[in-house]
Design a protein around this ligand. Structure first.
Ligand code: ZN
Length: 493
């Protein structure tokens, strides 16, 4: 009874404090990030292509991001290509897996692993190439992006462990409104709709690509700024066919002694490709209201303000009300909390109710989504306010110990899914409950819709074995939807 009055008082006394983040609005800019998946460790001509592209940027006093495969870094060193290493190092050095297309690729070996085993296996296998990269280039990688379509949710925990703050690629496994977003605690740029761009090699391609850039630039300026992602592979400027398609397609895994060189473009075709790209680069570099940014610079454009200052009671009430409508990320005044962060905020608010004292401020910590999908749980019931308060406290203890939401929340000895517990807490904070009883509510994690369903089209990479798919892995990926929220461009809100 006592606790219930506290809960009611908590709701009634919530101040509707607001604050303003109003600052002098800077002029919007369109940020453009050029990145090159630098992966072909078989064709020596690809080394020179990488160097030529790297120098093209340096000559213009701008930088691109080179996502380099560990084996490529090793091979450059073995071939004595200090000139290539130097040219790449003058740009931004990022990471693109240890062996790229040699089987098993990341999605292949994490396919049937659970969350924790997948994280450690990813770190073991891909950490080796990252070590090579760090040794050869003397820096940590600025970002990671998966080989081909070989995406895995566990790679995000590896990025955090490696101190790599950005996931930069172009794939449809997770997409939040065609904008940058947070997933697994890592800033992520994947699908950006028409803001993922490139030019083909012909003069007509170039004309069309420049016009498309202008159109998207205009749209982004109207929206208060944004980012354009442009990607290539150095090898595609010189080859007719990808190095891995000629060796590792459809699950093929020949030994090194049998690797074949991919066929080359003619010299004229190569010059046409470099020329078209150079004109495209000049069009963009000389465009007004454009700033080229590397992967190393991008995180500072998208600061996560949730961790810079605590949530207030009004924020917690806003989360509770939003969860009653939809269990997903919640936009507060000037910042956005993920469903996981919202659940933690509610858990703090309820767990710390004690006597008359209510938490004024709640400092949030990061938590991954649950490690597995529970198979046995209750779907209805009524609990005492005290039992719910205790369960909220235990949830916070679990998160503190594991940096992960639990797969089950036990309330008075009953197993609840975290989704149901989240909306039950939300109703407790947002509504009054009679006589100390809290009816259980049922919720579904709406943010799961941002994670693709396992479908054949998702695994269309030519390197995968025939018929490859990964239903269990995408189930794990959907559990990490708890961590999804849009990333807000600095100065845009
Ligand atoms: Zn690649």
């Amino acid at each position: 009874m006592k606790k219930t009055s506290c809960l009611i008082a908590f709701v009634i006394m919530l101040p509707f404090a607001t604050w303003s983040l109003a600052a002098a609005a800077p002029k919007p800019l369109v940020y453009v990030t050029f990145w090159f998946d630098t992966e072909d460790f078989i064709l020596p001509e690809a080394d020179d292509a990488a160097k030529r592209l790297a120098e093209m940027f340096s000559e213009r006093r701008v930088k691109a991001t080179f996502k380099i495969v560990g084996e490529k870094a090793r091979v450059l060193e073995e071939r004595g290509r200090d000139d290539v290493i130097g040219a790449l190092a003058a740009n931004d050095v990022a990471y693109h897996s240890t062996y790229h297309s040699i089987h098993p690729t990341p999605a292949e070996y994490t396919r049937d692993l659970d969350w924790h085993e997948g994280v450690s296996e990813f770190i073991r296998r891909e950490g080796a190439g990252l070590e090579t990269l760090r040794r050869v280039f003397g820096v940590n990688a600025s970002c990671y992006g998966q080989p081909g379509g070989s995406w895995t949710p566990q790679s995000y925990a590896a990025c955090r462990a490696w101190g790599v703050p950005l996931y930069l690629d172009a794939t449809s496994h997770v997409n939040v409104n065609d904008r940058p977003f947070w997933y697994g605690g890592v800033l992520t740029i994947l699908g950006l709709g028409d803001a993922v761009q490139r030019t083909g090699w012909t003069d007509d391609d170039l004309k069309e690509a420049c016009a498309k850039f202008d159109r998207v630039h205009e749209r982004l300026m109207r929206e208060g700024g944004g980012i354009v992602s442009i990607y290539y592979h150095p090898c595609e400027f010189v080859h007719r066919q990808f190095w891995d398609a000629v060796n590792f397609a459809g699950g093929a895994n020949p030994p090194r002694s049998q690797w074949k060189l991919p066929p080359l473009k003619s010299v004229a075709e190569q010059e046409q490709a470099f020329g078209a790209f150079e004109s495209y680069l000049d069009h963009i570099v000389n465009h007004p209201d454009v700033r080229l940014v590397t992967a190393r610079q991008i995180p500072s454009l998208y600061p996560d303000r949730v961790y810079s200052r605590p949530l207030m009671r009004s924020d917690v009430l806003a989360v509770a009300r939003a969860f009653q409508e939809r269990l997903s990320y919640v936009a507060l005044d000037g910042r956005i909390v993920s469903a996981a962060e919202g659940l933690l905020a509610l858990a703090h608010a309820v767990a710390r109710l004690d006597g008359d004292s209510q938490p004024e401020e709640i400092a949030l910590e990061f938590a991954y989504g649950p490690a597995c999908l529970p198979r046995r749980f209750v779907t209805e019931g009524t609990f005492s306010g005290e039992a719910v308060r205790q369960a909220a406290g235990e949830l916070l203890e679990t998160v503190q110990a594991t940096e992960q939401l639990p797969s089950i929340v036990w309330v008075a000895g009953q197993p609840l899914r975290p989704e149901d517990f989240a909306v039950t807490l939300a109703s407790l904070v947002a509504e009054e409950h009679p006589l100390g009883t809290v009816p259980m509510r049922q919720g579904e994690l709406a943010a799961k819709r941002y994670v693709a369903d396992n479908a054949p089209g998702l695994w269309g990479w030519v390197i995968f074995p025939e018929g490859f798919d990964a239903p269990r892995m995408m189930e794990l990926a959907k559990l990490q939807a708890w961590t999804i929220k849009p990333a807000a461009l600095r100065g845009s809100n």
